[in-house]
Design a protein around this ligand. Structure first.
Ligand code: APR
Length: 181
């Protein structure tokens, strides 16, 4: 049995096995949650990201894919870096790419026997994804993965950085699971 929780706060403070980072394709840090995670994890995180091989010049993680590193000074064991789509019009493959972020992050977490994982609202900041649409994809993708895979994951935290987003996530959970946890 697994639990999916909508929480409000700073993801870097979560006591989970893996924290997911909303990164960019270079994996060399940025603003938003990417910046917060790198600041909290320390410079070793950037060094570890630099070790990740480029798939094409300047790209270490294509959109929708995920890469894993240690979490260094964070409480977590791992940081799973994933790159969300930049929102254009919702008809340029963004929904599929956003779903891939959650699915590939969970797959990578399960491969590393992760039992608890925290996600930020991927693409809902700089990348401009409308929060309600993104929350539905987040909850549906996570639910679909957990109900079709026997894996180590027992708790998934959806961490909102503001209360409006937390409410949106709670409503998405309620719509999918029939109850806000
Ligand atoms: N804890 C939890 N959530 C956070 C935190 C935090 N400390 N800081 C920001 N957020 C939230 C934002 O409020 C937003 O809802 O994370 C969500 C994702 O926003 P961004 O961090 O802007 O990420 P995204 O929209 O995916 O854009 C990624 O921004 O920082 C750069 O390098 C990153 O180029 C990449 C782009």
């Amino acid at each position: 049995m697994h639990r999916v929780l909508a929480l409000y706060g700073d993801i870097t403070q979560r006591r989970v096995d893996a924290i997911v980072n909303a990164a960019n394709m270079t994996l060399l840090g940025g603003g938003g949650v990417d910046g917060a995670i790198h600041r909290a994890a320390g410079p070793e995180l950037l060094a570890a990201c630099r070790e990740i091989p480029e798939t094409t010049p300047g790209v270490r993680c294509p959109t929708g894919q995920a890469r894993i590193t240690p979490a260094f000074r964070l409480r977590a064991k791992y940081v799973i870096h994933t790159v969300g789509p930049v929102y254009r019009d919702g008809m340029s493959n963004e929904p599929k790419q956003l779903g891939n972020c959650y699915r590939n992050s969970l797959e990578l977490a399960a491969k590393h026997d992760v039992e608890s994982i925290a996600f930020p609202a991927i693409s809902c900041g700089v990348f401009g994804y409308p929060s309600v649409k993104a929350a539905r994809i987040e909850v549906n993708t996570i639910h679909e993965f957990l109900t079709t895979h026997q894996c180590s994951i027992k708790q998934v935290e959806l961490v909102a950085f503001d209360e409006d987003m937390q409410l949106i996530l709670m409503h998405a959970i309620e719509a999918k699971l029939g109850k806000a946890i």
